[in-house]
Design a protein around this ligand. Sequence first.
Ligand SMILES: [Mg+2]
Length: 305
Amino acid sequence: MVKIRLSRKRFPQNQAQLDLGLRRPTENDRNFHLGGRSFYFFDFDDNVAYLTTPIVIFNKDTGAEKTLSSGEWARYHHEIGQTGAFENYYVDYNDETGSFRYFRDQKHSFIDRMVGRKQTFLSDIEKALNQADYSWKAPSWNTFFHATYNNRPTSVITARGHHKITIKQGIDLLVKTGHLPHNPNYLSIYPVTNPDVRASELEDPELKSSVADLKRAAIRNSVEKALELYGDNPHHRFGMSDDDPKNVELITEEMKCLKKKYPEMAFYVIQTFEDSFVKTEVLETKTKTKEKGQKKDLPEQLDLL
Ligand SMILES: [Mg+2]
């Protein structure tokens, strides 16, 4: 008797979307008939995916380390050293030993490379992929999928400080495991705390700007790059999603400046929460809430970008 060994194929939950996609034509950008494109800018952590990369803070008296999740960081970072449960802690900005060391590429020795040690962004994505989809797919995941599937010009604007190639390799793991149909049509990648990116692209040679300010600069650059590559068309639409309230505040300020410069184009900010979102249109001097909804509504709503 001949035994046929069937290989077990891994079917990620997004396989359903991929299968659907095979039968579904890609959709044009909303203003495509007018020559406009829809540009999608994404914060990564807790917006596209939940990863377990810890942030380390230090006790002021003993130097003891305490780890925070990026979600806890987004909620409490303004209280560290100031008030509340984290009053007696401080943040250390040293790239190799400090609070964000796991959000930077580490210099790997020959031995490290021999034993296959990976940058934390890659190992944390691998760890996430071993979990159920619902545990790592964050509120903007479906929008990220939609933007990728339809080849929307996409920017990843993250507080991480890895090399751009590491970010691309991490997202490529999502493609290799079938969660995305192909790589995004990258407009730009900004790991805004990467020292080279800060100095050479974000006008921060002394490494003094805050993450929110660096994200502002990254958005400004990405819009300029969009116009260079896709032409200066009044029907372009830009949307950025982020879960950190401070970032959302400054992203909105930057978009107000962009709206002044390009009054006919449309600018949106999408603040994501664990189970819901708020989409705001940014006008020159004010903002207008366009949609509020639950996480499950996000893909449909953001098709409109
Ligand atoms: Mg985030």
